[in-house]
Design a protein around this ligand. Structure first.
Ligand code: GLA
Length: 382
């Protein structure tokens, strides 16, 4: 080979290696990190792509710890991305829907943006009428989390951590939070949340993924069949704050004890359904006797054959049918996200617990460790 030809071949090989390191083709059983954009103040945001042994993929960004995509097979083995999201960090910076995000310090609503703890009243940021929603104006979903890949026996793990400062959005005390995502070889996304504090505070963490088991952009989710393992739900007032009642689901559109199409009763003439503009309610899960995870919900998409099971240690789950999506938000691949084109199953303690002494407590004391686990399991049973 002539010298100049060798030169070209060498440069070409070098270029290919460089491309392979910056934009590698995901290898089964690997985690790849890539740049995902920047925040408004110029902070670098990364995307971690976790590929399991069968080639199914979970992508998570350091911005808000959001699950950006989940590519899982249908009954014929064809992968589709079953969550809503954006193509780059800039989308998440501007986002108002909490797509895929880690939500804190308090997932869901706190009424009148205040609560009293040990005799002291704390005033929080209002970002939902009179109330505080999902941690306030700058919740955990708007923070850049530190990331570390971990080795896991059964898949790929990513550990995210964040320090929320004393006074952030009005919440008391520094709170150290660690969330570990594990994308298993069995197509399960396990989310392990933990937090510690030096003084008493309240905590309620969740993930706000929007699912469409037919694939994002494939239409609405009204035909998906849903089961929720709950005999009761927490009815709400006009501000979507629980009234404090635990109401039986029997003879209401909230009875999902037997699998029922999400759309079957969504437009029923029901006071609670009108207040939510569809489903936007917390269900009281049947708590297991032990402290392990139990099956909270199961969703089947008859068209694709994909099934999602939600397992959790939490006492509640918010079922939300994307009622506020209006087609104005443009997401991944240019898809306009329309009303009811996805559903959320946010595992949590009940909304407004800091003001509802009869609800399970969300207080965290020094020396104690907040620890909850939720797993989203995908399958295609025959
Ligand atoms: C939760 C709330 C909804 C809505 C969404 C985000 O599910 O309960 O009312 O705020 O988050 O749009």
């Amino acid at each position: 080979m002539k010298r100049w030809m060798k030169g070209i071949a060498f440069t070409g090989a070098l270029l290919m290696t460089t491309l392979a390191t910056t934009h590698p083709t995901p290898q089964p059983g690997s985690t790849n990190k890539k740049p995902f954009g920047k925040t408004a103040d110029g902070q670098q945001v990364d995307l971690y792509v976790l590929t399991n042994k069968s080639g199914a993929e979970a992508a998570i960004t350091t911005f808000g710890g959001a699950v950006v995509s989940l590519k899982v097979p249908d009954r014929n083995g064809k992968l589709a991305d079953v969550v809503l999201g954006y193509d780059s960090a800039e989308g998440y910076v501007a986002d108002k829907s909490y797509f895929g995000a880690l939500v804190g310090r308090y997932g869901n609503r706190i009424g009148h943006a205040q609560f009293t703890l040990d005799g002291k009243t704390y005033t929080l940021a209002k970002n939902n009428g009179e109330n505080t929603l999902h941690g306030g104006i700058k919740g955990f979903n708007k923070a850049v989390w530190s990331a570390k890949t971990l080795s896991a026996k059964d898949g790929q793990s990513l550990e995210l951590s964040y320090l929320s400062n004393d006074g952030d959005e009005g919440f008391p005390v520094d709170l150290k939070v660690t969330v570990t995502y594990t994308w298993t070889d069995a197509n399960a996304l396990k989310i392990d949340y933990s937090a510690t504090t030096d003084k008493k505070t309240v905590v309620n963490l969740t993930n706000h993924s929007y699912f469409n088991l037919g694939g994002q952009g494939s239409g609405d989710i009204l035909g998906h069949q849903l089961m929720i393992a709950a005999d009761k739900f927490t009815p709400v007032d006009a501000g979507l704050i629980p009234t404090g009642e635990l109401r039986e689901v029997t003879n209401t559109p909230f009875d999902f004890r037997k699998p029922t199409a999400i759309g079957a009763r969504i437009d029923q003439d029901d006071e609670q359904m009108k207040l939510g503009g569809g489903y936007d309610h917390n269900f009281v899960l049947r708590m297991p006797m032990d402290r392990g995870q139990s099956l909270a919900a199961r969703v089947v998409d008859p068209a694709s054959g994909r099934v999602l099971e939600v397992w959790t240690t939490e006492p509640g789950i918010q079922f939300y049918t994307g009622n506020f999506l209006d087609g104005e938000t443009i997401g991944k691949g240019g898809v306009a996200y329309t009303k009811r084109s996805a559903f959320c199953l946010e595992t949590q303690h009940f909304p407004d617990s800091p003001n509802k002494p009869k609800f399970p407590s969300t207080a965290l004391s020094p020396g104690a460790r907040y620890h909850t686990i939720t797993t989203y399991k995908f399958s295609t049973p025959k």
